[in-house]
Design a protein around this ligand. Structure first.
Ligand code: SPV
Ligand code: MG
Length: 433
C-alpha cells in the first residue's frame, strides 16, 4: 500500500486541516507528523498544546493511521524514516512568496531522490477557520498564558531571542517579523524587551528612571494589546523595596513574564556610559533583600525576577561579579543578567563559563550591544539562555527619521525622500484591521 504523509504545526485542527487529511488518506496509509514544540515556535507561533497533546489529538482523527513527532521543519527526519510516496500539504506553500515555499522546494528535492511526490491540496481558510485561529491568538495573549511562556521558552529553546519593543508598532515588528534563512528554515523572535533606554528615548527623556512606572505600564499595555509574545521588563533599579513589591504584583497580574532589576542605587544612569558618569552599586545585602522581598510578593510560579549585575560595567572585577550573582541566586533570583561594555566578548564568555562551573541551571541573560560580534549559537554554547537585542530598533529608526526631516527642509518638498519611505499601504499590512 502507498504511504502518504502530512505535517501539522497548529494546536487547533479546523476544516481546512481535515480536508488535507481526507485527501491524503485517499492516496495511501496516512501518517501525520506533528511539528515539535521547538520547531513550531520558529515556524509559526507558540503551541497552545504540547507536542504530546497535539500528537494524541491528531491520532484520534479518522483516516489517520499513524502519528509521529516531526523534529525538523524541513521534513528531513520524517522523510528519511518513512520514505512516503506522497507528501500532502495545503497549496499555500506553493506560492513562491510564501515563507514556507523554500520548505516545499526542499521536500520536493528529498522526494525526487526515490520517486516520491508532493500533492498540494487547495487550502481554504473559511470564516470559521479564521475564527479558530483568532481565538488561539487571543488565548496566547491572555495574562496566564503569556506570563508563563518565558519559562517554557527557556526550557525549549537553545537561546531565547528577544528584541526591544517600546510601542504597539515596534511590538508588531517583534511579533510578526519572520525570515527564511539560507537553509530555508524559518525563524522569528521569541520574546520582547521593554527597555528603559528605548522607552525613555521614545519619550525624548533621559534614561534615569524619570519615566515612571505608570508610564512604563502604559507602554506595556500598548504592546500587549497587539502582540502575544512574552515580555521582559527592564525594571531599572527596582526603586524602593516598598515600591518594588507593589510593582512586581502589578506586572505579574497583567501578564509580564519577568522583570530585570540592576544592582545600582541612587540616580541611575545608562550602563553604556560605564565609568564615565558617577554610578553607585548597591550593597549585596540591600540588593538581596530587594530580590527576596520581590519573590515573597509573587503569587504564581511563572513570573521571574532576574538580577542584573553591574560589576563588569563598573570595573569591579570578575570575582566581584561572580560572587554577587551567586549571592543574588541564593537570595531567590530566578535568573541573572550580566552586562559588559567591552567590544570583545571575551569578558562575557569568561563570566558565563565560570558561573556555569558551579551553577548549571540558573538562566543567564546577556545584552550583546557592545560585544556584538558574538552569535546566538556561541552565546548558547557558553550557557546563555536569553539574548536581548536591547536597542537596535530605536537606533535604526532614529537616523532614518532625522535624515528624512533634514531633506524635507532642504528640498522644500517630499519628492526627494520618497524612495526611502515605505508606502503606508505596506505598513498597515502589519496591523490587524
Ligand atoms: C536598556 O535597554 O535600557 C538596558 C540595557 O538597560 S543597556 O542600555 O545596555 O544598559
Ligand atoms: Mg535600562
Amino acid at each position: 500500500m502507498a504511504k502518504a504523509y502530512t505535517c501539522f504545526c497548529t494546536s487547533s485542527i479546523h476544516a481546512g486541516h481535515l480536508n488535507v487529511i481526507r485527501e491524503a488518506a485517499k492516496l495511501g496509509e496516512l501518517t501525520v507528523g506533528v511539528l515539535s514544540d521547538r520547531e513550531a515556535i520558529r515556524y509559526n507561533r507558540f503551541p497552545l498544546m504540547s507536542e504530546d497533546e497535539r500528537l494524541a489529538a491528531v491520532r484520534a482523527i479518522p483516516g489517520v493511521a499513524n502519528a509521529t513527532i516531526q523534529r525538523d521543519m524541513m521534513y528531513g527526519d520524517a522523510i528519511a524514516a518513512l520514505k512516503p510516496d506522497f507528501v500532502v500539504h495545503g497549496d499555500n506553500w506553493a506560492d513562491p512568496e510564501a515563507p514556507e515555499h523554500a520548505i516545499r522546494e526542499y521536500v520536493a528535492g528529498l522526494l525526487a531522490e526515490y520517486g516520491g511526490r508532493i500533492v498540494d491540496v487547495p487550502y481554504t481558510i473559511d470564516p470559521e477557520a479564521r475564527r479558530i485561529d483568532d481565538l488561539d491568538r487571543e488565548r496566547l495573549a491572555m495574562p496566564e498564558y503569556r506570563r508563563r511562556r518565558l519559562r517554557q521558552l527557556i526550557k525549549l529553546c537553545p537561546i531565547v531571542k528577544t528584541i526591544e519593543a517600546h510601542s504597539g508598532l515596534t511590538g508588531l515588528i517583534a511579533e510578526k517579523t519572520v525570515v527564511r534563512g539560507g537553509d530555508g528554515r524559518l525563524d522569528q523572535f521569541d520574546a520582547m524587551w521593554v527597555s528603559s533606554l528605548c522607552d525613555s528615548t521614545a519619550k525624548g527623556k533621559p534614561d534615569i528612571e524619570l519615566v515612571d512606572m505608570s508610564s512604563r505600564l502604559r507602554t506595556i499595555d500598548d504592546i500587549m494589546e497587539v502582540t502575544t509574545k512574552p515580555i521582559i521588563l527592564d525594571g531599572d533599579t527596582g526603586g524602593l523595596t516598598e515600591h518594588f513589591v507593589y510593582n512586581v504584583r502589578t506586572l505579574e497580574r497583567i501578564g509580564v513574564s519577568a522583570v530585570i532589576i540592576e544592582d545600582k542605587t541612587g540616580l541611575k544612569k545608562n550602563s553604556l556610559f560605564g565609568t564615565e558618569v558617577a554610578q553607585t552599586q548597591d550593597t549585596v545585602e540591600n540588593f538581596c533583600a530587594k530580590i527576596a522581598a520581590g519573590k515573597d510578593a509573587l503569587r504564581t510560579k511563572d513570573f521571574m525576577i532576574i538580577a542584573r549585575c553591574e560589576s563588569l560595567i563598573l570595573e569591579r572585577g570578575m570575582d566581584d561579579a561572580l560572587a554577587r550573582c551567586r549571592a543574588y541566586v541564593e537570595a531567590g533570583a530566578d535568573g541573572i543578567m550580566i552586562h559588559s561594555r567591552k567590544k570583545d566578548p571575551a569578558e562575557i564568555i569568561d563570566f558565563c563559563d565560570r558561573f556555569r562551573e558551579t551553577d548549571k541551571e540558573t538562566p543567564i541573560v546577556v545584552v550583546p550591544t557592545s560585544f556584538n560580534s558574538i552569535t546566538e549559537d556561541e552565546l548558547a554554547a557558553h550557557g546563555v539562555n536569553i539574548c536581548i537585542y536591547a536597542n537596535q530598533l530605536t537606533r535604526a529608526a532614529f537616523p532614518a527619521m532625522q535624515s528624512v526631516a533634514a531633506d524635507l527642509l532642504r528640498h522644500h518638498r517630499a519628492l526627494e525622500v520618497d524612495s526611502r519611505l515605505m508606502p503606508f499601504k505596506k505598513i498597515i499590512t502589519l496591523i490587524d484591521q
